[in-house]
Design a protein around this ligand. Structure first.
Ligand SMILES: Cc1cc2nc3c(=O)[nH]c(=O)nc-3n(C[C@H](O)[C@H](O)[C@H](O)COP(=O)(O)O)c2cc1C
Length: 188
Protein backbone atom coordinates (compact mmCIF):
# COMPACT_ATOMS: atom_id res chain seq x y z
CA UNK A 1 0.00 0.00 0.00
CA UNK A 2 1.04 3.59 -0.55
CA UNK A 3 1.39 6.00 2.34
CA UNK A 4 1.85 9.68 1.69
CA UNK A 5 3.73 11.40 4.52
CA UNK A 6 3.28 15.17 4.60
CA UNK A 7 5.34 17.06 7.14
CA UNK A 8 4.37 20.59 8.08
CA UNK A 9 7.48 21.00 10.23
CA UNK A 10 10.40 23.04 8.92
CA UNK A 11 12.77 20.62 10.65
CA UNK A 12 13.18 17.40 8.69
CA UNK A 13 14.56 15.24 11.50
CA UNK A 14 13.17 16.51 14.76
CA UNK A 15 10.04 16.03 16.85
CA UNK A 16 7.29 16.00 14.23
CA UNK A 17 9.16 14.07 11.55
CA UNK A 18 10.30 11.55 14.18
CA UNK A 19 6.73 11.00 15.36
CA UNK A 20 5.55 10.53 11.78
CA UNK A 21 8.37 8.07 11.13
CA UNK A 22 7.47 6.13 14.28
CA UNK A 23 3.90 5.63 13.03
CA UNK A 24 5.11 4.62 9.57
CA UNK A 25 7.70 2.19 10.94
CA UNK A 26 4.99 0.59 13.07
CA UNK A 27 2.71 0.37 10.01
CA UNK A 28 5.46 -1.47 8.14
CA UNK A 29 5.53 -4.19 10.77
CA UNK A 30 1.89 -5.01 9.97
CA UNK A 31 1.99 -5.01 6.17
CA UNK A 32 4.48 -6.51 3.77
CA UNK A 33 4.45 -3.90 1.03
CA UNK A 34 4.34 -0.36 2.33
CA UNK A 35 5.68 2.35 0.03
CA UNK A 36 6.10 5.75 1.57
CA UNK A 37 6.38 9.01 -0.28
CA UNK A 38 7.74 11.72 2.00
CA UNK A 39 6.97 15.34 1.43
CA UNK A 40 8.49 18.22 3.42
CA UNK A 41 6.18 21.14 2.76
CA UNK A 42 8.87 23.53 3.94
CA UNK A 43 11.08 22.59 0.97
CA UNK A 44 8.39 23.48 -1.52
CA UNK A 45 7.32 26.75 -3.08
CA UNK A 46 3.59 27.27 -3.04
CA UNK A 47 0.89 29.72 -2.17
CA UNK A 48 -2.28 29.52 -0.17
CA UNK A 49 -5.74 29.35 -1.72
CA UNK A 50 -6.39 32.37 -3.97
CA UNK A 51 -10.17 31.99 -3.71
CA UNK A 52 -10.31 31.93 -7.53
CA UNK A 53 -13.03 29.25 -7.34
CA UNK A 54 -11.66 27.59 -10.48
CA UNK A 55 -11.76 24.34 -8.49
CA UNK A 56 -15.55 24.63 -8.52
CA UNK A 57 -15.63 24.10 -12.27
CA UNK A 58 -17.27 20.70 -12.74
CA UNK A 59 -14.34 19.65 -14.96
CA UNK A 60 -11.72 20.33 -12.25
CA UNK A 61 -10.61 17.45 -10.07
CA UNK A 62 -9.00 19.59 -7.36
CA UNK A 63 -7.19 22.91 -6.97
CA UNK A 64 -6.08 24.12 -10.43
CA UNK A 65 -3.09 26.15 -9.24
CA UNK A 66 0.09 24.85 -10.84
CA UNK A 67 2.73 25.31 -8.18
CA UNK A 68 4.57 22.53 -6.36
CA UNK A 69 1.53 21.67 -4.23
CA UNK A 70 -0.27 20.47 -7.37
CA UNK A 71 1.78 17.27 -7.33
CA UNK A 72 1.11 16.72 -3.63
CA UNK A 73 -2.62 17.18 -4.15
CA UNK A 74 -2.48 14.63 -7.00
CA UNK A 75 -0.70 12.11 -4.77
CA UNK A 76 -3.25 12.79 -2.01
CA UNK A 77 -5.96 11.76 -4.46
CA UNK A 78 -4.10 8.59 -5.41
CA UNK A 79 -2.64 7.24 -2.16
CA UNK A 80 -4.60 5.03 0.25
CA UNK A 81 -3.27 6.52 3.47
CA UNK A 82 -1.77 9.77 4.64
CA UNK A 83 0.35 10.63 7.65
CA UNK A 84 0.20 14.37 8.18
CA UNK A 85 2.50 15.95 10.75
CA UNK A 86 2.60 19.35 12.33
CA UNK A 87 4.23 21.07 15.28
CA UNK A 88 1.86 23.29 17.23
CA UNK A 89 2.64 26.89 16.32
CA UNK A 90 0.85 29.56 18.32
CA UNK A 91 -1.86 27.09 19.25
CA UNK A 92 -2.51 25.89 15.71
CA UNK A 93 -1.01 23.89 12.86
CA UNK A 94 2.14 25.29 11.25
CA UNK A 95 1.67 27.86 8.49
CA UNK A 96 3.21 25.42 6.04
CA UNK A 97 0.42 22.93 6.72
CA UNK A 98 -2.37 25.50 6.93
CA UNK A 99 -1.76 26.56 3.32
CA UNK A 100 -2.13 22.94 2.22
CA UNK A 101 -5.35 22.50 4.23
CA UNK A 102 -6.77 25.59 2.50
CA UNK A 103 -5.81 24.25 -0.92
CA UNK A 104 -7.81 21.10 -0.12
CA UNK A 105 -10.89 23.29 -0.75
CA UNK A 106 -10.68 21.92 -4.30
CA UNK A 107 -11.37 18.42 -3.06
CA UNK A 108 -15.01 19.48 -2.90
CA UNK A 109 -16.89 20.00 -6.18
CA UNK A 110 -19.38 22.73 -7.14
CA UNK A 111 -22.31 21.01 -5.44
CA UNK A 112 -20.44 19.93 -2.37
CA UNK A 113 -19.59 16.53 -3.82
CA UNK A 114 -16.47 14.86 -2.48
CA UNK A 115 -13.71 14.36 -5.02
CA UNK A 116 -11.51 12.23 -2.78
CA UNK A 117 -12.17 8.53 -3.29
CA UNK A 118 -13.74 6.97 -0.19
CA UNK A 119 -11.81 4.73 2.18
CA UNK A 120 -8.68 6.77 2.78
CA UNK A 121 -7.22 6.73 6.27
CA UNK A 122 -5.28 9.57 7.84
CA UNK A 123 -3.09 9.78 10.91
CA UNK A 124 -2.39 13.33 12.04
CA UNK A 125 0.78 13.52 14.15
CA UNK A 126 0.95 16.59 16.37
CA UNK A 127 3.90 17.60 18.54
CA UNK A 128 3.93 20.39 21.06
CA UNK A 129 6.12 21.82 23.77
CA UNK A 130 3.25 22.28 26.22
CA UNK A 131 1.93 19.42 28.33
CA UNK A 132 -1.06 17.31 27.34
CA UNK A 133 -3.59 19.61 28.98
CA UNK A 134 -2.80 22.27 26.39
CA UNK A 135 -4.12 22.37 22.83
CA UNK A 136 -6.46 19.44 23.53
CA UNK A 137 -8.97 20.50 20.86
CA UNK A 138 -6.54 21.00 17.96
CA UNK A 139 -6.53 17.37 16.85
CA UNK A 140 -10.32 17.14 17.06
CA UNK A 141 -10.63 20.28 15.01
CA UNK A 142 -8.42 18.91 12.23
CA UNK A 143 -10.15 15.51 12.31
CA UNK A 144 -13.52 17.21 12.05
CA UNK A 145 -12.43 19.15 8.93
CA UNK A 146 -10.92 16.05 7.32
CA UNK A 147 -14.13 14.11 7.97
CA UNK A 148 -15.95 16.53 5.65
CA UNK A 149 -14.06 14.90 2.79
CA UNK A 150 -14.98 11.47 4.11
CA UNK A 151 -11.52 10.84 5.52
CA UNK A 152 -11.24 8.54 8.50
CA UNK A 153 -8.83 10.28 10.82
CA UNK A 154 -6.91 9.39 13.97
CA UNK A 155 -4.75 11.73 16.00
CA UNK A 156 -1.48 11.04 17.76
CA UNK A 157 -0.09 13.77 19.96
CA UNK A 158 3.36 13.95 21.55
CA UNK A 159 3.37 16.56 24.29
CA UNK A 160 6.14 18.11 26.40
CA UNK A 161 8.45 18.02 23.37
CA UNK A 162 10.72 21.06 23.78
CA UNK A 163 11.68 22.80 20.58
CA UNK A 164 15.24 23.13 21.91
CA UNK A 165 15.74 19.51 23.00
CA UNK A 166 18.70 17.87 21.25
CA UNK A 167 16.78 14.76 20.18
CA UNK A 168 13.14 13.74 20.51
CA UNK A 169 12.22 11.15 23.11
CA UNK A 170 8.76 9.64 23.08
CA UNK A 171 6.94 8.28 26.09
CA UNK A 172 5.92 4.63 26.25
CA UNK A 173 2.29 5.71 25.83
CA UNK A 174 3.10 7.51 22.57
CA UNK A 175 5.07 4.50 21.29
CA UNK A 176 2.13 2.21 22.06
CA UNK A 177 -0.31 4.55 20.35
CA UNK A 178 1.97 4.75 17.31
CA UNK A 179 1.86 0.96 17.12
CA UNK A 180 -1.96 0.89 17.33
CA UNK A 181 -2.32 3.60 14.68
CA UNK A 182 0.32 2.08 12.40
CA UNK A 183 -1.63 -1.16 12.42
CA UNK A 184 -4.93 0.66 11.88
CA UNK A 185 -3.49 2.55 8.92
CA UNK A 186 -2.61 -0.57 6.94
CA UNK A 187 -5.49 -2.83 8.03
CA UNK A 188 -8.30 -2.98 5.44
C1 LIG B 1 7.12 29.49 16.11
C2 LIG B 1 6.85 28.46 17.16
C3 LIG B 1 5.63 28.47 17.82
C4 LIG B 1 5.34 27.49 18.78
N1 LIG B 1 4.12 27.53 19.40
C5 LIG B 1 3.81 26.56 20.30
C6 LIG B 1 2.55 26.56 20.94
O1 LIG B 1 1.69 27.40 20.72
N2 LIG B 1 2.32 25.57 21.84
C7 LIG B 1 3.22 24.59 22.14
O2 LIG B 1 2.93 23.73 22.96
N3 LIG B 1 4.43 24.56 21.52
C8 LIG B 1 4.75 25.52 20.62
N4 LIG B 1 5.97 25.49 19.97
C9 LIG B 1 6.88 24.34 20.22
C10 LIG B 1 6.77 23.25 19.13
O3 LIG B 1 5.42 23.03 18.75
C11 LIG B 1 7.31 21.90 19.60
O4 LIG B 1 8.54 21.98 20.21
C12 LIG B 1 7.37 20.93 18.41
O5 LIG B 1 7.53 19.63 18.89
C13 LIG B 1 8.52 21.26 17.45
O6 LIG B 1 8.43 20.39 16.35
P1 LIG B 1 9.67 20.15 15.35
O7 LIG B 1 10.76 19.52 16.13
O8 LIG B 1 9.12 19.27 14.29
O9 LIG B 1 10.04 21.51 14.85
C14 LIG B 1 6.30 26.48 19.07
C15 LIG B 1 7.54 26.49 18.39
C16 LIG B 1 7.82 27.47 17.45
C17 LIG B 1 9.16 27.45 16.75
Amino acid sequence: MNILAISGSPRPARNTASLMKLVIECAKTYASEVNTMWCNLNDMTYSGCQSCLACKDPAAKSCVRKDSLAFVLDVMLASQAWVIGTPVYMGHVSGQLKLLLDRMYGFTGPNGEKRLPAGKKVVVAITQEADEECHTDLGEQIASWLSRWGLETRIIRACSMPVAAPAPEFSQAVKEQADVLGKWLVTP
